[in-house]
Design a protein around this ligand. Sequence first.
Ligand code: ASN
Ligand code: ZN
Ligand code: CA
Ligand code: CA
Length: 302
Amino acid sequence: LEEVATTGYGYGNKGDYKSLNITADSGQYYLVDQTHTGNIETYDAHNTKSNYNLISDYDNAFTSTSQRAGVDAHYYADQVYDYYKNTHNRDSYDGKGAPLYSVVHYGYNHNNAYWNGEAMFYGDGDGRTFSPLSGANDIVAHELTHAVTDYTAGLVYEYESGALNESFSDVFGYFVDPDFLMGEDAYTPGIAGDALRSMSNPEQYDQPAHMSQYQYLPNTEDGDYGGVHINSGIPNKAFYNTVTVIGKAKAEKIYYRALSYYLTPNASFSDARAALIRSAQDLYGSTDANTVANAWSKVGVY
Ligand code: ASN
Ligand code: ZN
Ligand code: CA
Ligand code: CA
């Protein structure tokens, strides 16, 4: 026997059927997708924060309840990889086909997900604040976009540049899951219609939507590194103001160009405004560049 690319299937966290790219080797089947430049591989941490092993099965049916978080992480990593490849001709987060590693069942009842510089990690949630976080494709896109940002603009994770880093992750979460709510598919499984954040109405989840509400917080873990997940509401609202006028197809090209070409590690909100205006002007001309300018003026960023 030898390692061979094949297909399998399983059920996601919501019990939804998903077809998967997997690998067969010596009568075992693995969540290893070999159909891209770099493999997409999905691991189980078994509710620890230290020991991971590749998810495997005796056949190509990954249908047990404990496999649901892995099925979603594997499927959505492929979806986000394909998004960057098909829409931006970007081959993985480094542009050179880096493999994508995901780890599910990270920690116990853990209400968060991360990009740690090498892999994506997803908690199961405590069942009240979150269900398993890999069940939300905008969360998967958000985390993987942190990796893209690290390899492009390199936005420093503090103060305004950090809030931009957070906002770009939410913006690409929108491009993969086009609604203005973030994380809704995993957030508060017992409450319908809510979300972790809203880009159309940041204030609904205690985020500022205008520079006049900017929160000056300390650059500590408790201060959310200067409020990176708080003040992201301001660029998020500017994005909402943009995309509702020019549409997703143009907005995604403009945002990707700004991230990969114009933005630099210590960019401020003003710098982001300028970078996005320039990108819009390059790609589509002055009408759309003006739309971007107005979108930022409305949130008090000049
Ligand atoms: N889920 C959070 C995020 O991606 C984790 C973090 O604080 N970096 O922003
Ligand atoms: Zn983030
Ligand atoms: Ca969403
Ligand atoms: Ca909910």
